[in-house]
Ligand binder design. Sequence first.
Ligand code: COA
Length: 191
Amino acid sequence: MRTLHTERMVLEPVDAKNARDLWGVLNAPDLRKYQDIPRVRAEEFERQVRARPKLMRANATGRFEWLLRAGTPLAPVGWISLRIGDRAPRIGEVGYSLIMEARSHGYASEALQAVIDEAFGEVELDEVQACIVPENVASRRVLDRTGFREERMLGGGAVIRGHHVDVLLFSVSRAEWSRARSAGASGVMHG
Ligand SMILES: CC(C)(COP(=O)(O)OP(=O)(O)OC[C@H]1O[C@@H](n2cnc3c(N)ncnc32)[C@H](O)[C@@H]1OP(=O)(O)O)[C@@H](O)C(=O)NCCC(=O)NCCS
């Protein structure tokens, strides 16, 4: 995995060095309403992070995650993840969150565009998906802005706080990304 730089942010691969920073973000208020975030102690979280795959390239599978840093000085504002399953290694699923103070600045959309570019450009995925609960309008706007299409409702498609809930599946294909890129929509720089 590599560090991604956007106009205003640094997307730092999550590893043992910054796992505690991410753990702090994960435990910020108002992140659990629309998604399931397991509550684990910092030491256990660090152990889980150490076990994750480190190389992100074609045919890699597992959970890849970046800590989002923004502002002056740069400080943790959220995270974004790309999960690639063993059963469909050409499809990735993104997830993202921002702490309250960092919302409504366009950071989530900016980070998501960078990860989509990485997923199609470097890992050569065919499709990137995202699932949201229908009432998560802020997240839907992020997906609309970054070129995702609504596909269908998945009945009981996620578990949030122990309950099965319906989720909307969104996706963007490599061809759609490529067309948008030719039209000049990408904003990521590598470093
Ligand atoms: C989902 C979530 C990340 C969306 O955050 P967000 O701040 O609304 O999204 P962005 O960071 O892309 O910001 C977009 C907003 O910033 C505004 N904005 C302000 N300044 C901006 C700038 N300089 N550039 C771009 N956008 C800017 C945009 O107009 C937009 O507002 P709008 O949605 O009202 O039109 C956030 O609500 C969150 O973390 N929620 C809790 C966790 C969660 O639900 N995660 C998703 C699970 S699927």
